[in-house]
Design a protein around this ligand. Structure first.
Ligand SMILES: Cc1cc2nc3c(=O)[nH]c(=O)nc-3n(C[C@H](O)[C@H](O)[C@H](O)COP(=O)(O)OP(=O)(O)OC[C@H]3O[C@@H](n4cnc5c(N)ncnc54)[C@H](O)[C@@H]3O)c2cc1C
Length: 466
């Protein structure tokens, strides 16, 4: 008989991973600590409980990367997507669900599966040595005892308990007639060219208007259990601005070591820098711009920055209680801990963000663990698919300019900026969101993704040479 795989955490990722394993005939023990031990956010003992919103976001696979991820997961036999579709509520283009019926269906399907055993109780340390295949899917609120054990196993700095997210901009929406590429003092640095940053210049009036808008903008509040996680090196920009009008000009917006080639005679009063965030060069993060501003306010205020007037954001900033690994450094391409391959990770703890993305990484972890148990090879999904692009982000696609010093990997939702670019023929001008070049580009990427996914799903897995 095939040996059991242990899945720790019966949330979005763990439930999907257990389902994928069981559907391949691999027996699973799913360990969920609720109701024996609660978390600060869950309210029930149901598996796959949605802790906050009841929305899986856009269901439009042609123009939205999360909608595409829904469709790919459906094609890969996802339990989470089946339960979501069975319990959907009217919500325009979004997939919203009846949360209790959704979680009830997931719990019932897992409980009824002949290959799944559900054990209620906390795994309060590293899994016993005789569990030779484990998926850790304990989420943003991983219990402290397990988190401490993982942290001492991976290294103090490699597991974070808060995220500090700076916004990320799609490169093609940055106005390079205003911005320019240059590293401070043209420093080349490891792997650099001396022109690694994109710089946005502000004059005094623009800086003053920006600071005023920042100070007046609406902020989000921390939840009760999220005691304020500010570290001096990582303050939200609005907190820095509150400390003095010039604090940002002497901090992340300092204008030194930079010359604007569009106006070489004018010294900028302040400069916002963007740093490349993925290997493809399609995404750029705003350096030092971690923030608690409301999302709508971020778009409004950050578009005041010269060169970002039409910026489209792949991710907006935030600071939250979280638990996530420095995955690009620690995990291999099948989500195993390089230093201890019996342990695989899945869900939000790998550095993805959101219900759907967490479940998607659970789906992949389940398939990888099943292939390994069955002696089959498991190739990762192509990077042109939403599943593959998300996996590449957490296991290798992220670029860290600070490699070897500070970690810069931060959680991310799926978005088209993670996909390899695609060229589309020039489009006639159209009206509305479903016309024009951006729409055609997303549609082309989505069609490429589904064709590549279907090929990947239909490829017969081969027996690995042991
Ligand atoms: C307060 C809050 C609000 C959020 N709101 C949203 C939102 O509106 N939309 C959205 O898309 N995402 C939201 N998220 C993110 C959301 O948590 C994740 O997207 C998703 O639930 C993560 O899935 P997961 O499976 O990784 O973790 P979870 O769904 O949290 O599942 C982890 C499971 O592991 C269990 N567990 C933890 N430690 C142990 C242990 N040691 N032993 C056994 N079991 C254990 C937990 O009880 C839990 O059931 C929110 C997160 C938080 C914390």
């Amino acid at each position: 008989m095939t040996d059991k795989v242990h899945v720790i955490g019966g949330g979005l990722a763990g439930s999907e991973a257990a389902w994928q394993l069981a559907q391949k005939g691999v027996p699973v023990v799913l360990h969920e600590m609720r109701p024996v031990r609660p978390t600060e956010a869950h309210k029930t003992d149901a598996l796959a409980e949605l802790v906050c919103s009841n929305s899986f976001r856009s269901d439009d696979w042609e123009t939205n990367a999360v909608g595409l991820l829904h469709e790919e997961m459906r094609r890969a036999g996802s339990l989470i997507m089946t339960a979501a579709d069975q319990n959907k509520l009217p919500a325009g283009g979004a997939l919203a669900v009846d949360r209790d019926a959704f979680a009830g269906d997931v719990t019932a399907a897992l409980a009824a599966h002949a290959s799944i055993e559900i054990e209620r109780g906390e795994i309060a340390g590293l899994p016993p040595a005789d569990w030779d295949s484990v998926i850790v899917a304990t989420g943003p609120l991983t219990s402290p005892a397990l988190a401490r054990a993982v942290q001492s196993h991976t290294g103090e700095a490699e597991l974070a308990f808060f995220d500090a997210i700076a916004p990320i901009v799609h490169f093609e929406t940055i106005d390079m007639d205003i911005c320019w590429r240059q590293s401070r003092y043209d420093k080349v640095g490891p792997g650099g060219s001396g022109a690694d940053y994109i710089n946005c210049p502000l004059d005094k009036d623009q800086y003053d208007a920006f600071i005023d808008a920042l100070l007046a903008a609406e902020k989000t509040a921390f939840k009760d259990f999220e005691s304020t996680p500010y570290f001096e090196g990582c303050l939200p920009i609005e907190v820095m601005a509150e400390r003095g009008r010039d604090t940002l000009r002497y901090g992340p917006m300092k204008p030194v070591g930079l010359t604007d080639p569009h106006r070489p005679d004018v010294k900028p009063y302040a400069v916002v820098q963007l740093r490349q965030d993925n290997a493809l060069g399609t995404l750029w993060n705003m350096v030092g711009f971690q923030t608690k501003l409301r999302h709508g306010e971020q778009v409004r205020v950050f578009r005041m920055i010269p060169g970002l007037g039409h910026a489209e954001f792949a991710r907006l900033g935030g600071l939250h209680r979280n638990t996530f690994l420095n995955s690009p450094k620690l995990l291999d391409e099948s989500l195993r801990l390089k230093a201890d391959p019996r342990l695989r990770f899945a869900g939000q703890i790998t550095g993805v963000e959101g219900y759907v993305e967490s479940a998607a990484i659970g789906l992949l972890a389940g398939r990888f663990a099943a292939a390994e148990r069955l002696g089959l090879s498991a190739s990762p999904p192509p990077p042109t698919t939403a599943l593959g692009a998300l996996l590449a982000h957490i296991t290798g696609g992220h670029v860290s300019a600070d490699e070897g010093t500070a970690r810069s990997f931060q959680p991310m939702n799926v978005n088209f900026g993670l996909f390899p670019p695609i060229s589309v023929p020039r489009q006639p001008r159209g009206k509305g969101p479903r016309s024009g070049k951006s729409f055609e580009r997303k549609r082309a990427m989505a069609n490429r993704a589904l064709a590549d996914l279907d090929r990947w799903l239909s490829t017969p897995t081969s027996v690995a040479a042991e």
